[in-house]
Design a protein around this ligand. Sequence first.
Ligand code: B12
Length: 222
Amino acid sequence: MPDFKELELRLVNAVAELEEEEALHLAEKALDEGMEPLALLEAVNKGMQKVGQLYEEKTYFIADLIMAGLIFKGVLGLQPIQKLFYAKNKKKIGKLVLGTVHGDLHDIGKDIFRGLMETNNFEVIDLGVDVPAEKFVRKTLEHKPDIVGMSGVLTYTVDAMKEVVEALKEAEIRDSVKVIVGGGHLTEESCRFIGADAYSNDAFDGVKLCLQWMKSAKQGEE
Ligand code: B12
């Protein structure tokens, strides 16, 4: 098994320093040499966190966040990552309506969660970003999903997430779906405030939860 530590470090730094060409080159090299796509995404994520810190410290500005977003999207577009995400093979085991909530334009985390859910044979109806509560309700009524997933990276999105849950209650469909919310800032407490069934700071853990839900629902039917 090759040791990816040094390559990983160089990749984290290239992302943090917004060296797009170098970051993409290193990502391709890592995949060529056999790094797991999920480990690669984790490394890029570490670089993004550094970008976030530098933004907070006012060393970076909004243009730098945009650049960081473009780098991540470039990595997500690499063929082995696409292959990991969009291996549409088996029968669907569940349906997810997913979106980034109103007021938030961040979609990288949402897209990773989407890709991983599709890989795990969920049908995903992706509503995009800045999605108002009414749209979540409308699409839930239309598609009758098993799960409603909301993404929100900005801390104040807890209010928009709560609004969606309240709107689902108002439409009398809250009990017919599971609700999962995701974003780095979420906690047990914010999850309770929102009224979701679960939260996750990590797309992969979120997928595991959804798989458990589907398993329990199936056992309940038997
Ligand atoms: C890239 C970026 C942008 C890009 C986004 C591009 C895009 N297409 O998404 C752009 C330039 C648009 C942007 C804009 C802004 N940004 Co910005 N951005 C970032 C940055 C650097 C990376 C975000 C990212 O993609 N991370 C990588 C992904 C993979 O991580 P993630 O989103 O957290 O997702 C993971 C989990 O949370 C989870 N997950 C996510 N969604 C879901 C959903 C479900 C259901 C589940 C289960 C899991 C899950 O899975 C993912 C992988 O494990 C972060 C810094 C950081 N530390 O994150 C700042 C950051 C999020 N941005 C920030 C800010 C302030 C802004 C702006 C307000 C700046 C401004 N003054 O205009 C605007 C807001 C615009 C808006 N209305 O949304 C702050 C937020 C602070 C806060 N506490 O709210 C951060 C934290 C930077 C900072 N440290 O200050 N940003």
